[in-house]
Ligand binder design. Structure first.
Ligand code: IDP
Ligand code: MG
Length: 152
């Protein structure tokens, strides 16, 4: 099985709305393994690098302001095809269009305040993990439940 790592960010709205525990539970329930986790107030320069691809778009300045407006939690999740699995758990960017059952569909009504970021491909996942975590902040381990979560 293609075990991948993906970066997620609990955006400031998730912390302000006290939804961290409930949303983190969605990822745990799915069987994904946490390999990195920290609370931080992001520096503007880090957020600008993270959202570099959106530079110049009409929502870019507001997005950088939002992502630096309060603490976030950054995490790395691991599992088979974790990048696509996590994007599917989040649903589409706009909370009004995201279907019920997805995190954005269940918790949000907004396009900017959409609760969680997740990497969208293997290259971005690698870059984003390196942007937010040092290697020694990531922990490789097995859980006793792993053999009941993935058969292959
Ligand atoms: P994604 O998070 O679903 O990958 P992107 O298109 O990469 O969505 O946009 C990055 C972030 O920028 C979104 O998660 C959202 O917070 C914000 N954003 C995207 N499009 C808009 C918009 O049209 N208006 C305001 N904010 C937006
Ligand atoms: Mg994106």
């Amino acid at each position: 099985m293609n075990v991948e790592r993906t970066l997620i960010i609990f955006k400031p709205d998730t912390l302000q709305r006290q939804l961290v525990g409930r949303i983190l539970a969605r990822f745990e329930d799915k069987g994904l393994r946490l390999v990195g986790l920290k609370l931080q107030q992001s520096a503007r320069s880090q957020v600008e690098r993270h959202y570099e691809v959106h530079k110049g778009k009409p929502f870019y300045d507001a997005l950088v302001g939002f992502m630096t407006s309060g603490p976030v939690i950054v995490a790395v999740l691991e599992g088979p095809q974790a990048i696509d699995v996590v994007r599917n758990l989040l649903g589409p960017t706009n909370g009004r269009k995201a279907p019920p059952g997805t995190i954005r569909g269940d918790f949000g009504l907004d396009v900017q305040y959409n609760l969680v970021h997740a990497s969208d491909g293997p290259d971005t996942a690698e870059k984003e993990i390196a942007l937010f975590f040092r290697l020694d902040e990531l922990v490789s381990y097995q859980r006793v439940t792993d053999r009941w979560i993935v058969s292959e």
